[in-house]
Ligand binder design. Structure first.
Ligand SMILES: [Zn+2]
Ligand SMILES: [Zn+2]
Length: 486
């Protein structure tokens, strides 16, 4: 079922400024270790869920111009009064904020999954009782400031989508029309994230293609660390074969001086590589040498460059730096957009749930923890994963990942201390509440946790790592029997 929100652009009567509310961070984690990782303030338009009426009377508030949406959204069937009351309380008003509200725009979120896209109704109004009478957690901001916000004073997604034109209008001429059927999210300004159907693992069904296009031709800068310049950048072209014609249209519409950055080699990140190879022989591929080594040579015959982290690239006036981030695989690189501190994290994090490490491609739990700490130290303003939604509370999310992995590792150690000796024993104990179908994926992380426990010298003396490692085939045999229901 679709989820709806209403977001209010409250415009100051005396100037072109809009009211933002400081957003509440997710609940903090209890453990002391995580207390000093704190996200900077995040400001966004006041907003509230828009729920269908359930026996209540039709709302008194009418959105001027709302009739234009009738084919997509019948506002008479929603509880607008309740949503506006929540918005009023966020900005510290007890009574109505504005005499009348008008429709600003109606935006369906890109299809990041796994749940259905959120549809947001943006409304516009000017305060009735003057501009000053709002709570201390509010501030006014101009559109210019929104477009150039810093990572110390972060502006949320609704403000960018609601107040700025976004890719639909400003970049339309640059993107082929077929491509606009894939919804695009631009956040922060200049970084487009496009979820495209891919052969990825459940619960996701898309891989985010990240696109940056230079506003002006890229001119060489003084910075000697820049290893490549491009007029456009694509990160992780992983769409499945049915969407290759769309990707082809996109690549043909992009400037020839194209850089292609791969976070890692998994097929849901490289499936579209052959399309770029075919359409643009001038494109240059950038990836870690362990990633380049694993890519099918038939898919890339042009220039490629091995990067190990720390190298910078420039697209127009945007500089990005590769961040070596092993853990998911041993050739995994993230990419930090230096101007906005947006961190494209590959598969190190996913929009929701936890990441699976790939033991067959050098996945390593010690590296995974270390990379997570490195990401925390970068103090990113937003995390852009390749599966699922972006995350605007990076410090909280990364600490959540550390905590989750530690808890799993502790449970694994407990199972071992209670006598579990084989991979099957441990998985069956630790993942008892998870469907057997997910046990194979989980077993990769279990094996890497056991390695990590061994590295830390925490395994009991009577636990044989050799016997444990030798128990893999037996695990697979037992799992296939269970899955077949024999
Ligand atoms: Zn992956
Ligand atoms: Zn992936």
């Amino acid at each position: 079922m679709a989820t709806y929100r209403i977001a209010a652009a409250i415009k100051r009567s005396v100037s072109e400024e809009f009211l933002l509310v400081q957003q509440d961070p997710p609940p903090a984690l209890e453990e002391d270790e995580y207390q000093h990782y704190v996200d900077s303030n995040l400001w966004d338009l006041p907003s509230a869920p828009l729920k269908p009426l359930e026996g209540e009377h039709q709302s008194k508030e009418v959105i001027v111009g709302g009739d234009a949406l009738l084919d997509e959204l019948d506002l008479r069937t929603f509880n607008i009064d309740s949503a506006l009351a929540q918005i009023a309380s966020q900005v510290g008003r007890v009574a109505t904020i504005c005499r009348s509200w008008s429709l600003l725009k109606y935006v369906e979120e890109a299809d990041f999954g796994p749940d259905s896209p959120v549809k947001t109704l943006f409304i516009l109004g000017t305060p009735t009782q003057g501009d000053e009478d709002f709570s201390d957690s509010c501030k006014w901001i101009s559109k210019d400031r929104v477009a150039n916000s810093s990572s110390d004073d972060r502006i949320g997604l609704l403000t960018i989508i609601g107040l700025l034109d976004g890719p639909d209008e400003s970049r339309k001429p640059q993107l082929p029309s077929v491509f606009l059927s894939h919804s695009i999210q631009e956040y922060p300004t200049g970084i487009m994230v496009i979820p495209m159907k891919s052969r990825t693992q459940k619960p996701f069904s898309t891989t985010n293609l990240v696109l940056i296009v230079a506003e002006d031709e890229t001119s060489k800068s003084e910075d000697s660390d820049i290893i490549k310049y491009g007029d456009a950048l694509l990160v992780d072209p992983g769409c499945s074969i049915q969407y290759h014609p769309d990707l082809e249209d996109l690549v043909k519409a992009l400037p020839r001086k194209l850089l292609v950055f791969l976070t890692h080699h998994h097929y849901d990140h490289v499936d579209g590589l052959s399309v770029i190879n075919k359409c643009n022989p001038d494109a240059i591929l950038l990836a870690h040498e362990n990633t380049l080594r694993r890519i099918d040579k038939a898919n890339w015959s042009h220039e490629s460059l091995a990067i190990s982290g720390g190298e910078k690239i420039q697209i127009g006036n945007k500089k990005l730096e590769a961040v070596f981030s092993p853990g998911h695989t041993d050739g995994h690189n993230a990419l930090l957009h230096l101007n906005s501190k947006s961190l494209i994290v590959g598969d190190h994090c996913v929009g929701q749930g936890s990441a699976v490490l790939d033991i067959t491609s050098g996945g390593n739990m010690k590296d995974y923890f270390q990379t997570t700490y490195n990401f925390l130290d970068l103090k990113p303003s937003v995390l852009i994963p390749m599966h699922g939604r972006i995350n605007l509370w990076p410090q909280r999310m990364l600490c959540g990942y550390l905590k989750h992995r530690r808890e799993r590792e502790f449970k694994i150690l407990r199972a071992i201390e209670n006598g579990a000796k084989t991979l099957y024993d441990i998985v069956a104990d630790v993942y008892a509440d998870v469907s057997v179908r997910l046990w194979i994926a989980a077993s990769s992380n279990v094996r890497l946790h056991v390695d990590h426990l061994a590295y830390q010298g925490m395994l009991p003396k009577d636990f044989s790592l050799d016997d444990f490692n030798a128990s893999y085939d037996d695990f697979i045999k037992k799992i296939s029997t269970l899955n077949l229901g024999i």
